[in-house]
Each structure stands twice: as structure tokens, then as C-alpha cells.
Design a protein around this ligand. Structure first.
Ligand SMILES: NC(=O)c1ccc[n+]([C@@H]2O[C@H](COP(=O)([O-])OP(=O)(O)OC[C@H]3O[C@@H](n4cnc5c(N)ncnc54)[C@H](OP(=O)(O)O)[C@@H]3O)[C@@H](O)[C@H]2O)c1
Length: 259
């Protein structure tokens, strides 16, 4: 039988690194994707030293349209099939969409939407054959419009909608599908996005390792969605109490003031 792996994108930092640790500690062989190969290699060495199966390191830029082909080739060369797919890689950019660089913003779509969709559809047959699962990193941002981070919020709305729909399609095939929707998580995300100082509220922070633990448990229990943190769990409910126009004004007022 072909050996099975958990493919994790964005494993070089933050939540992705912690997800790799959680999957490996639960006996999964992992295949690690990101651009920074030194980080991936160090993580692979760490996981192998703990006695897990040797991780597969796949340096790859998910902004490139051939990223899916390159990942598939690397897995074929290694002689493995995907059992679990973790679409974690992602980033956002803070500021007015009409002012920030257009090409950089289109790369949010390439990574958060295009690559995630490509890998999900491309490996669906393997996930079905192996009765595995998909864990997609959405965000609480996917539940509301985000002036001041418009493309990012919209990309996470796509992740949420796409993942829930796929869950319905894949349920009869025995594949678990879970979307994780964190609030603020301290990681490299904030620096890359260019957050203004004081933008994030430390009270709401949930650590990356805690997000990863809850996400893994949620996927294995085949939960539709995992919202780490007590307050974040309330957000979708609270949003239903207010008209969309009010939420838009409130989010815009907060985020645009922090610019
Ligand atoms: N941090 C938060 O507050 C927060 C909240 C809600 C949701 N999320 C979501 O959680 C996920 C992980 O975020 P994080 O907080 O762990 O961020 P992070 O620390 O910045 O890590 C992002 C990961 O994505 C990878 N990545 C980014 N662009 C890539 C590209 N072009 N090609 C390949 N890999 C790429 C990075 O690897 P390389 O740079 O090495 O390529 C890195 O491993 C994202 O989808 C994010 O939207 C984060």
C-alpha cells in the first residue's frame, strides 16, 4: 500500500509549524510546504529527532500558478499519497485596498484562494481513497467585510464558503472537512500585514500551539468549524444581531482609524 502523508502548507512559521508538530506527535507523516526551506528543514529535523517518520520538505512559492503541479510532483517522487490536507498558508495586507500595491494584493488571492482551491480539488481523489480529511485555515475575518484589509477579509469569506460546501460534497465519501476560524493569533502574520501599533487586542490572542491543538481535535471529531477562544466563538452569533450596514461602518471605523 502507498504510504500516506499529511500535506501542510505554510509550515515554516506560526500556526503551520504548530500544526506540523501536532500532526507528527499524533503519528502522521508530514509533508511541509513553504518558501523558507531553512525553516522547513529545521522543523523536519526536529520532528524526525522525536522519532516520527521523516518529513518530506517541499520548498514552493504558492503565489506561482504551477505550485500545485510542483507539490504533486514532489509527492509522486517520494512515492506517497495525501491522507490529510492542511491549507494553512496565507497572509493579509493592512491598509486601503485602493492605495496598496495591486500585484501584492492579487498575491493574497493566489495564496489564500487559488492555491488552497487547487490543492483541495487536485488531491480530492487521494483524500477519498484514503478516507482522510481537509483542514482549511479561514479566519473570523471571513464572517464580515473588512475595510482596511478588504482583500484579506474577502479571501477568508471564500475559504469559509468553499470549505463548508466541500464538506457537504465530501461527507458521503467519508472525508472529514473542517474550517478553522481564529481571531488574533500572535505570529509573523501581523508584521507581514503591516499592522499599525496597538491594532491587535492582546486580550483576544490565542497562541498558535493552542489553535493547532484545537484544530486537530476538531478535524478528527469531524467538526464543521473550529473557533478557538471563548469570545471568538460568540462572534458569528453576535453578528446576526446587527444589520450588515452597521457592522460595515463599525469595522471600517475601527480599522481605518488605526491606519
Ligand atoms: N495570525 C492571525 O492572527 C490569524 C488569524 C486568523 C487566521 N489566520 C490564518 O492562519 C494561517 C497561518 O497564519 P499565521 O498566523 O501562522 O501566519 P505566519 O506566521 O505569517 O505564517 C504564514 C505561513 O504561510 C506561508 N506562506 C505565506 N505566503 C506563502 C507563499 N507565497 N508560498 C508558500 N507559503 C507561503 C509562510 O511561509 P514562507 O513565508 O516561508 O513562504 C508561513 O509559513 C493563515 O492562513 C492566516 O490567514 C491567522
Amino acid at each position: 500500500m502507498t504510504e500516506r502523508v499529511t500535506l501542510i502548507t505554510g509550515a515554516s512559521a506560526g500556526i503551520g509549524t504548530e500544526l506540523a508538530r501536532v500532526f507528527a506527535s499524533n503519528g502522521h507523516r508530514v509533508a511541509l510546504v513553504a518558501r523558507r526551506v531553512d525553516r522547513l528543514t529545521a522543523l523536519a529535523d526536529e520532528l524526525a529527532a522525536k522519532g516520527g517518520a521523516a518529513p518530506i520538505v517541499i520548498p514552493c512559492d504558492l503565489q506561482q500558478t504551477d505550485a500545485g503541479d510542483r507539490i504533486a510532483e514532489a509527492l509522486t517522487t517520494a512515492g506517497v499519497e495525501v491522507e490529510y490536507l492542511v491549507n494553512n498558508a496565507g497572509f493579509g495586507l493592512f491598509g486601503l485596498a485602493i492605495e496598496r500595491d495591486r500585484a501584492e494584493q492579487l498575491n493574497i488571492i493566489n495564496v489564500n484562494i487559488r492555491a488552497m482551491t487547487d490543492l483541495t480539488l487536485r488531491f480530492a481523489d487521494q483524500l477519498i481513497r484514503n478516507r482522510g480529511g481537509i483542514l482549511n485555515l479561514g479566519s473570523i475575518a471571513g464572517f464580515l467585510p473588512g475595510p482596511g484589509m478588504a482583500v484579506y477579509y474577502a479571501s477568508k469569506a471564500y475559504v469559509l464558503s468553499f470549505t463548508e460546501a466541500l464538506r457537504c460534497e465530501l461527507a458521503p465519501k467519508g472525508v472529514r472537512v473542517t474550517v478553522v476560524c481564529p481571531g488574533p493569533v500572535p505570529s509573523e502574520f501581523q508584521d507581514r500585514a503591516g499592522f499599525a501599533p496597538g491594532f491587535d487586542s492582546a486580550i483576544l490572542n490565542v497562541a498558535p500551539d493552542e489553535v493547532a491543538r484545537q484544530a486537530y481535535r476538531g478535524l478528527m471529531a469531524n467538526k464543521r468549524a473550529v473557533l478557538p477562544g471563548a469570545f471568538i466563538k460568540l462572534v458569528p452569533f453576535l453578528l446576526r444581531l446587527f444589520p450588515r450596514s452597521f457592522i460595515l461602518t463599525a469595522v471600517g471605523g475601527f480599522q481605518l482609524r488605526k491606519r
